[in-house]
Ligand binder design. Structure first.
Ligand code: MLT
Length: 316
């Protein structure tokens, strides 16, 4: 029998999938404190998480029986992969399972920020009929700059093309030919910053990408650019972006993710030209079902030694 701890909320379909497995027992305990997690983790073979649980070196050291950490979702910035590797623990995620949800949220925010949907809604509820205050801008004919041209970046490109946008992308790991085959011009970062009317981020947080959108990058952007971030808050120097939004250098931003979540004290919150959602990129019913079922199956197969899919490390 394999014992799995699920320490963040997981879609019902994933729990049902685990219920069907005779050799798997699980405990669903979302919202544990770090001390509680450290106390109980030694009895588990597997740990399923989303973005809430921090799987740091302390947790991995205490997890003396742990074989697999499964991230129901894509981002693994809450897992110390190096420490896991050193302790022989496999780290896996579910790439692709929530990409459509994230791409659709990107489009939703891009449209909403250009058409002032949130302030117009608030104004109408306040009894106003301020049509002239909320004249927007169209996506049609604008240049979209996609930073990070993996699964989600490509899905955004497909959708943005349907709106008649010109698409350019920066991704050092993608060839110009691949971009061309998808109708996208691959460019260097400077060209993208200088030419894009709207910039959207779809890259992981790494030492190279952390705070890549800082004061210097903002200074190289087109006047009145719009920034969309549905990837990770740590890609952006939030103080620099807040300043640029205040002085109009950046016209508007739509932000779903924050360097620290929830974003208490975040300088972006409350600015009139910033639209916010609480990390909802992957929050569609379909995506939650997909990631939950996929991680349940991957975790069981890995614990049984049958198959290891979507591993991000090769444990010693
Ligand atoms: C992801 O990385 O999969 C998304 O940001 C959603 C999440 O954090 O759960």
């Amino acid at each position: 029998m394999y014992h799995i701890l699920i320490s963040d909320k997981l879609g019902k379909a994933g729990l049902e999938r685990l219920d069907q497995m005779d050799d798997i027992q699980y405990d669903l305990k979302p919202g544990l404190s770090k001390a509680e997690l450290l106390e109980i983790i030694p009895s588990y073979d597997g740990l399923i998480i989303r973005s809430g649980t921090q799987v740091d070196a302390d947790v991995l050291t205490a997890a003396t029986n742990l074989k697999v950490v499964g991230r129901a979702g894509m981002g693994v910035d809450n897992i110390d992969i190096e420490a896991a590797t050193m302790r022989g623990v496999i780290v896996m995620n579910t790439p692709g399972a929530n990409s459509i949800a994230t791409a659709e949220q990107t489009m939703a925010l891009m449209l909403a920020v250009n058409r002032h949907t949130a302030p117009a809604h608030a104004s109408l509820l306040a009894g106003e009929w301020a049509r002239s205050q909320f004249v927007g801008t169209e996506l049609y004919g604008k240049t979209l700059g996609i930073i990070g041209f993996g699964r989600i970046g490509r899905l955004v490109a497909e959708r943005a093309k349907a709106f008649g946008m010109e698409i350019m992308a920066f991704d050092p790991y993608v060839s110009p030919e691949t971009g061309q085959s998808l109708g996208v011009t691959m460019v260097d970062l400077d060209s993208l910053l200088a030419q894009a009317d709207i910039i959207t981020l779809h890259t992981a947080v790494t030492p190279e990408t952390t705070r890549m959108i800082n004061a210097d990058a903002i200074a190289r952007m087109k006047e009145s650019v719009i920034l969309i971030n549905v990837a990770r808050g740590k890609l952006v120097d939030e103080a620099a972006l807040a300043e640029a939004l205040q002085n109009g250098r950046v016209r508007a931003a739509a932000i779903d993710v924050y360097s620290s979540e929830p974003p208490t004290g975040n300088p972006l919150i409350g600015l009139p030209n910033a639209l916010h959602t609480p990390h909802l990129g992957a929050s569609s019913k379909e995506a939650q079902r997909n990631v939950a079922v996929q991680i349940a199956e991957q975790m069981a197969d890995a614990l049984r030694g049958d198959d290891v899919r979507n591993a991000l490390n090769t444990p010693f």
